[in-house]
Design a protein around this ligand. Structure first.
Ligand code: ADP
Length: 523
């Protein structure tokens, strides 16, 4: 397995006078638009500054200044570099945000990025020629050999148990299915940080407050705050209204738009706040339809502009599930898994009309819904069927001449900006549950980003899942009326890699040394 990583330094700044704020990257002559944040195959380093005095009214947290990453160079990868070349070598992206103050000073905006390449993913500040001065070796795996195995408490893992066990086995670490009296290095929770309240050390795979922050209403609020501050940068999230409190605003805005433009024929998607797997979701064409459907009891929900022209493959709508590891909030470190899943609808897509609004197999890509359609294709191959690897979709698009380097760099920008929007509140939750100076664990978390590609190839964020499914089996009707759980090769391929490499990145011995020698194949 190879370890090709690059760093991108990413700064989002506003200047009161409208002047460009000279960032470190800009000073070095590299200015990048969001679209060119970097088609990276490796680690991305992010430095964003948040002005503590102005944050759009949202809770703020302390920034801490740390030295930046190492030497940089522009990425010169070929399109083929964006696609995993073999099973064990999907590409990976990492973002390390060492400085967490996002300077918001006014109207001028600069968004700059810079790439650098080093031999391994690490936050080690002292390295030369890809070698770490601490070790003088290019491959830290040699050091790891002599260590005692990392211990993982898997007693609360729930539906991720199977994938987790396979990952631990691959790493030759030690699992504790019933928990352990002594402390473990890592605690794997199936749902929330609070699955086990008695942890005072080690690392837990959930952040406090992540579930709350990623509910549809809170995510929409966080995105809206950033859209107001940086409209050009946050245009990847569809316009959304929070119900019931913004029903009147929604209604008035849409009436105005329709009055001004008679060709304006929007569609909206109604999503209950705490819903998942497509539950309670429906499409409408007019604000008045909300009352018709829900009566006067409009639920807590988000109503969102429906993307009418998604990219289709074989006439089918599909979305992308990407896995993102938040390795730390301070400094902010994010790793984006290069491999993910593409989930396909099972009825050919047509643009919404009054006649097809209720066709869920045409409009909603949820696996949990489409699996019940007679057209769902379970495939043993990762490149075909109703659930495929993301890389197989990229291959397909590349073969049709799509600039997948740009698609990927746009996706990376979307992920980075989304996480930046969530960080201030997450820090507040974090400090409430794990106050500085008190014994407690540190946290990391794998998030599931659901992304839709528009026909124009622009990625759009649909939602972020705090608990993306890590099931590696699916229910199948083996004979009429008889259902069984059977292994799902595509889920196993992707999810075991995601968990294994997340664990590898959290290896406590490497964290202690401030060095991560990663032989990961996913991140
Ligand atoms: P859930 O948590 O219930 O899965 P999502 O927000 O992911 O809710 O929406 C379910 C599905 O609906 C998505 O997978 C996607 O196919 C479709 N969808 C959601 N939002 C939009 C949108 N704004 N435009 C087009 N399709 C959407």
């Amino acid at each position: 397995m190879s370890d090709h990583y690059e760093k991108v330094k990413f700064q989002l700044q506003q200047n009161a006078s409208g002047e460009a704020v000279e960032t470190e990257a800009a000073a070095e002559g590299e200015q990048m638009s969001p679209a060119s944040v970097s088609p990276v195959t490796a680690d991305v380093s992010c430095a964003a500054r948040r002005d503590k005095s102005r944050g759009g009214g949202r809770s703020q947290s302390k920034g801490r200044s740390k030295s930046e990453g190492n030497g940089r160079q522009m990425n010169g990868k070929q399109v083929s570099d964006l696609i995993p070349q073999k099973k064990s070598d999907p590409l990976r992206v990492c973002l390390i945000c060492n400085e967490q103050a996002l300077q918001i000073k006014g109207t001028g905006r600069t968004l700059t990025g810079k790439t650098a390449k080093n031999g391994h993913v690490e936050s080690c500040q002292r390295q030369t020629n890809g070698k770490c001065e601490h070790h003088g070796k290019e491959d830290g795996r040699k050091v790891a050999k002599k260590r005692r195995p990392v211990t993982v408490d898997i007693s609360k893992a729930k539906t991720s148990l199977e994938a987790l066990k396979l990952s631990i086995r691959q790493l030759k670490w030690k699992e504790f299915p019933m928990g352990r009296r002594a402390a473990c290095d890592i605690y794997w929770h199936g749902v929330s940080f609070h699955d086990n309240e008695n942890i005072v050390s080690g690392q837990v795979n959930k952040f406090p407050g992540m579930i709350e922050m990623l509910r549809k209403i809170n995510l929409s609020r966080a995105m809206r705050t950033m859209q107001e501050l940086f409209p050009g940068e946050y245009n990847f999230y569809p316009r959304s209204w929070i119900m019931p409190e913004e029903y009147q605003l929604f209604s008035t805005q849409i009436c105005l738009l329709k009055d001004n433009d008679s060709t304006f024929k929007p569609t909206f998607i109604f999503k209950p706040d705490s819903g998942s797997q497509g539950d309670g979701i429906y499409l409408i064409r007019d604000p008045a339809d909300l009352r018709v459907i829900s009566g006067s009891q409009i639920k807590q929900a988000v109503v969102q502009e429906y993307i009418q022209k998604p990219l289709l493959i074989d006439k089918l709508k599909f979305d992308i599930r990407l896995y993102v590891l938040v390795r730390s909030l301070e400094p902010l470190e994010i790793y984006i898994a290069k491999e993910g899943l593409s989930r396909f609808c099972t009825e050919p897509y047509q643009e919404p009309s009054q006649n097809n609004l209720s066709h869920v197999f045409m409009h909603l890509t949820n696996y949990s819904l489409n699996v019940h359609s007679g057209n769902f294709v379970h495939s043993d191959s990762c490149n075909t069927g109703s659930k495929r690897t993301f890389s197989s979709v990229l291959y397909r698009l590349a073969s049709k001449g799509v600039d997948i380097k740009k698609v990927w760099s746009d996706i990376i920008a979307l992920v980075i900006k989304t996480v930046i929007a969530l960080v201030p509140e997450l820090k507040v939750y974090y400090q409430a549950d794990i106050p500085p100076g008190k014994p407690g664990p540190t946290c990391f978390q794998i998030l599931g980003f659901d992304i839709l590609l528009m026909k124009s190839m622009k990625p759009v964020l649909l939602e972020v899942n705090a608990n993306p499914s890590m099931r590696i089996e699916h229910e199948q009707e083996v004979s009429p009326g008889v259902f069984e759980y059977v292994p799902s090769p595509v889920d196993e391929e992707v999810k075991v890699g995601v968990i294994r490499d997340a664990l590898r990145l959290m290896d406590p011995a490497q964290r202690k040394q401030h060095v991560v020698h990663v032989s990961s194949s996913i991140f």
